[in-house]
Design a protein. Structure first.
Length: 436
């Protein structure tokens, strides 16, 4: 805790950090009667925990509260700023402390996902022996970012973005608190300004308090209005990590909105990714993939348009080139959908992988030498252009697969036309076979 003379140099968000669960706002699914954290305290039982949630949801604060409540020695580290060598030294000290006093040490690793697998494995023996109780916080999905042996020895607590009522309480408490907050300054805030901070915070208590503190410095006559909040916000920084889970969440949302033919949602997720700093060429590549996977031949212009959008962005650059991506998104979302080509290719690949390799029929082989010709290569091959219908009744699949049907066109868009063509060719070949 900062001393009195240090308070003015300590950010409001740090000064207002709750000291116990009674002061904590939000996360009602974890805190309250019969809830997990309350039960742990009631049972006087502490286990290793992974706090998983977005920034400003209370991960570090809950770690502090639990460590303080149980009266255990604790050390907090950032995986970004600390080396595993530093942490190992403390774990060795924790081992000695356990031998002398029978108490484990709480080791809190902020952003534990920043440690690689080998570094994370260093915690295992100490957790298993009970020398340390490990607290880890992460904004990323622990299933992907924390090694399985460590994950199996911890309890994962999923924290949610704070709701509007929790953020409103946090703001009001900070304005009233005379010891750590802004109470002595007797600052008022308009309803519109408060709602502006809440909306901007996006469930992040730290962001809300930082904005409130800056707006309090900017306001006149000790009254925060909407203009003060807008000035404090300056520019909204969206939660985004190109290598993290949110990256995959957003591209998934874009892909699924396109697949569901929702033009407006598709444009929104595109804008979210662009504004957050995603590489537009990554988006362009995903649009090209979508055109083949989810539209296919239902609209035979979709792939061309997606490729054109990619080339347009590469040629023009940002920000003008982003309009080409938006144009492609609108077209792809509104196009008829079919995954028949995608499914057909998957079935063909599955046959190749699971069935014995079939020999290429002799009549389809090219007799490039006289020996090959003598072996029957190319014998009975029928050249389609020699026939008035430009096709033949000749089988071109291997014998064991000759009745296999992979591509089954749907009834939307251009696939209706392809279906007619395939049926026409099939009936024509059947007539030619019967004539033969």
């Amino acid at each position: 805790m900062p001393q009195k003379n240090e308070l003015k140099y300590t950010p409001l968000a740090e000064r207002m950090r709750p000291k116990d669960l009674n002061q904590f706002q939000g996360q009602k699914h974890l805190i309250g009667k019969e809830k997990l954290l309350t039960q742990l305290i009631k049972a006087d039982s502490l286990v290793s925990l992974i706090f998983w949630g977005p920034p400003g949801s209370g991960k570090t604060t809950l770690g502090y509260i639990l460590a303080e409540h149980f009266g255990l020695p604790y050390q907090f580290y950032s995986a970004v700023l600390s080396s595993i060598k530093d942490v190992k030294k403390v774990m060795a000290q924790a081992e000695d402390h356990k031998k002398l006093y029978g108490q484990p040490t709480v080791i809190f690793i902020d952003e534990i996902h920043r440690f690689n697998k080998a570094q994370q494995a260093a915690f295992l023996p100490y957790v298993e022996k009970g020398d340390i109780i490990l607290f880890g916080s992460t904004t990323e999905n622990p299933s992907f970012e924390v090694i399985a042996p460590l994950l199996s020895r911890t309890k994962v607590l999923k924290l949610k973005p704070l709701q509007s009522d929790a953020l409103q309480n946090i703001i009001e408490i900070a304005l009233k608190d005379r010891e750590n907050g802004l109470g002595k300054e007797q600052i008022k805030i308009s309803k519109e300004a408060k709602n502006g901070i809440i909306k901007y915070a996006d469930g992040d208590a730290r962001r809300a308090l930082n904005t409130l503190e800056l707006a309090a410095h900017l306001c006149q006559f000790r009254k925060i209005d909407s203009a003060d909040v807008k000035e404090a916000m300056q520019k909204k920084m969206l939660l985004y990590d190109k290598q993290g889970e949110e990256h995959f969440n957003l591209i998934s949302a874009l892909h699924k909105s396109l697949r569901n033919s929702d033009v407006n949602a598709s444009l929104y997720w595109l804008a979210r990714m662009i504004v957050a700093g995603e590489d537009p060429m990554y988006i362009a590549r995903r649009l090209v993939r979508f055109a083949s996977e989810d539209i296919g031949l239902a609209d035979n212009q979709a792939l061309t348009l997606a490729l054109n959008a990619k080339e347009s962005f590469a040629f023009i650059g940002s920000p003008e080139g982003e309009l080409a991506l938006a144009q492609a998104v609108v077209y792809l979302a509104s196009a008829p959908k079919s995954n028949r080509v995608y499914q057909a290719y998957k079935e063909a690949v599955e046959d190749v992988k699971t069935k014995p390799f079939e020999e290429v029929p002799l009549h389809l082989r090219n007799p490039v030498t006289s020996f090959m010709k003598n072996q029957g290569y190319g014998r009975d091959y029928q050249y389609a252009h020699d026939f008035s219908e430009s096709t033949t009744s000749m089988d071109t699949l291997p014998e064991n697969l000759k009745n296999r049907s992979y591509y089954k066109p749907g009834s939307l868009g251009f696939e209706k036309e392809i279906k007619k063509r395939m049926e026409w060719w099939k009936s024509l070949k059947k007539k030619m076979t019967n004539k033969g």
